[in-house]
Design a protein around this ligand. Structure first.
Ligand code: F6R
Ligand code: MN
Length: 185
């Protein structure tokens, strides 16, 4: 008799649930160094949640040929004139791409290639983003509600946060006259 089983993980279209779903929380205090220098955070703002990543990693990190799936919920807010954003990273394996797609809220996907060329793509419910290999990616929430987006990436991609920690992105996305604007240092 051939069995038909229930999947152990459920993606409702908005949230991800199941035994194997992990959650990573980043507070504003934990990511304070990604924002422009010179802005002092209050203790209460430092304790705020900046974003939560729920992820389904069905194979070990580093496995060739596998896929990972994640949902990021990025809270609204600003540090100075800079929007709450993800840390951002290159993939450690340079030839690995990724899909992002907008689920709720609005924001901007900030992309930077190896030559430090920057561009942005608007994110909104239904937006679909192909992030090529060797392109750093970071998301900023430019709205007043939670920005939720999905991600699917190769299980051997790995994350290189160090390059961004050291050199940053070549431009910052700031609110200027009420609009998201790239500002170069
Ligand atoms: C995975 C990926 C996303 C991010 C998540 C949080 O490769 O790009 O799942 O990991 O949106 O952003 P970071 O990892 O930059 O803090
Ligand atoms: Mn990625």
């Amino acid at each position: 008799m051939k069995e038909i089983i229930m999947p152990a993980q459920i993606f409702s279209g908005k949230t991800l649930a199941g035994e194997q779903i992990g959650h990573t929380i980043r507070t504003v205090g934990q990511i304070r160094d990604i924002f422009a220098e010179g802005v002092t955070l209050s203790e209460s703002q430092a304790r705020e949640t900046a974003y939560v990543v729920s992820s389904y990693l069905p194979v070990d990190e580093g496995t060739a040929g596998g896929l990972f799936f994640g949902i990021t919920e990025l809270y609204p807010g600003k540090v100075g004139s800079e929007y709450y954003m993800t840390k951002g990273h290159f993939h450690s394996r340079k030839d690995t791409a990724e899909f992002y797609w907008g689920i709720e809220g609005e924001g901007v996907l900030i992309l930077m290639d190896a030559e430090r060329r920057i561009w942005g793509e608007r994110m909104f419910p239904g937006s679909l983003h192909y992030i090529p290999g060797n392109v750093a990616h970071r998301v900023a929430n430019t709205g007043n509600t939670i920005l939720s987006f999905g991600a699917c990436w190769p299980s051997d991609a790995g994350h290189d946060y160090g390059s961004i920690e050291q050199a940053g992105f070549a431009a910052r996305l700031k609110e200027v006259d009420g609009h998201p604007t790239f500002v170069t240092p």
